[in-house]
Design a protein around this ligand. Structure first.
Ligand code: NAP
Length: 249
């Protein structure tokens, strides 16, 4: 059932990986889609064509999620073009994995500015619209790294832990306005973010995952689909792990 028909969804950082799968998923459910990217213009243009072939509208823009003014202007532009905004998926994210003793101030700042400040930038730009229309949803793409902490990811874990706390705080703040805010915390998912891992490392990771495989982008997109559906109408402020059982607590 195309339960997102007539809705407008913004996905941050959707030119590749998990964001791309989410953009395609919501488009296949009938939503018009707007997404940004930072560098991958060819990939973004080809995804736009794929989305439009599904019979919905798609707007793309090169916007650095780190820049509040640019993100705000982009969100306003999307609202003007589509006439509304219903859903924000905060997906854009990066890793710069290093032991803290080797981590530069820039390594820290890049990750915090992209992953955590990016969530603020897009959410702040959408929230008044959602509150005024008394409906809206935010889904943040977090990580199990923010729940259990992972070595060589102090910067990344800190941002994802921050996103989890942000999710809970905002969910309480806007529930009375009919706005739901949730997060999905993936484990290891096969995207370019894992390109730094050797096959041997991936084999070792797989052995630690109870469901015995690295996740696919659609494992995450399917969870997002559930959260956006009426089946999840009574769920807010939750961080749902999609990790094959890796970080069962
Ligand atoms: P990915 O394949 O590296 O894709 C990252 C996406 O974010 C790209 O579309 C990229 O755009 C965009 N992006 C990065 N920096 C940006 C910026 N400054 N402004 C705008 N867009 C930017 O990563 P992924 O694996 O799909 O990860 C997506 C999300 O899932 C991230 O938040 C990540 O932390 C989270 N996550 C991933 C995993 C995993 O195992 N893959 C696990 C847990 C959580 P360009 O193509 O233009 O660079």
């Amino acid at each position: 059932m195309k339960f997102l028909k007539g809705k407008v969804v913004i996905v941050t950082g959707a030119s590749r990986g998990i964001g791309r799968a989410i953009a395609l998923k919501v488009a296949s459910l009938g939503a018009d889609v707007a997404f940004n990217y930072s560098q991958s213009q060819d990939a973004a243009e080809s995804l736009k064509k794929e989305i439009e072939a599904l019979g919905v509208r798609c707007e793309i823009k090169k916007v650095d999620i780190k820049n509040f003014a640019d993100v705000k202007a982009w969100v306003e532009e999307v609202k003007e073009k589509f006439g509304r905004i219903d859903i924000l998926i905060n997906n854009a994210g990066i890793i710069i994995d290093k032991a803290l003793m080797m981590m530069s101030e820039n390594d820290w700042k890049q990750v915090v500015d992209t992953n955590l400040n990016g969530v603020f930038n897009a959410s702040r730009s959408c929230i008044v619209t959602f509150m005024k229309q008394k409906s809206g949803q935010i889904v943040n793409i977090s990580s199990i790294s923010g729940m259990i902490g992972l070595p060589r990811q102090t910067n990344y874990s800190a941002t994802k832990g921050g996103i989890n706390a942000f999710t809970k705080a905002l969910a309480k703040e806007v529930a009375g306005f009919g706005v739901r805010v949730n997060a999905v915390a993936p484990g290891f998912i096969e995207t370019e973010i894992l390109s730094g891992f050797s096959d041997e490392q991936k084999e070792q990771i797989t052995k630690m995952i109870p469901l015995n495989r690295i996740g696919a982008v659609d494992d995450v997109a399917n969870c997002v689909k559930f959260l956006l559906s009426d089946q999840a109408a009574y769920i807010t402020g939750q961080i749902i792990q999609v990790d094959g059982g890796l970080a069962i607590r």
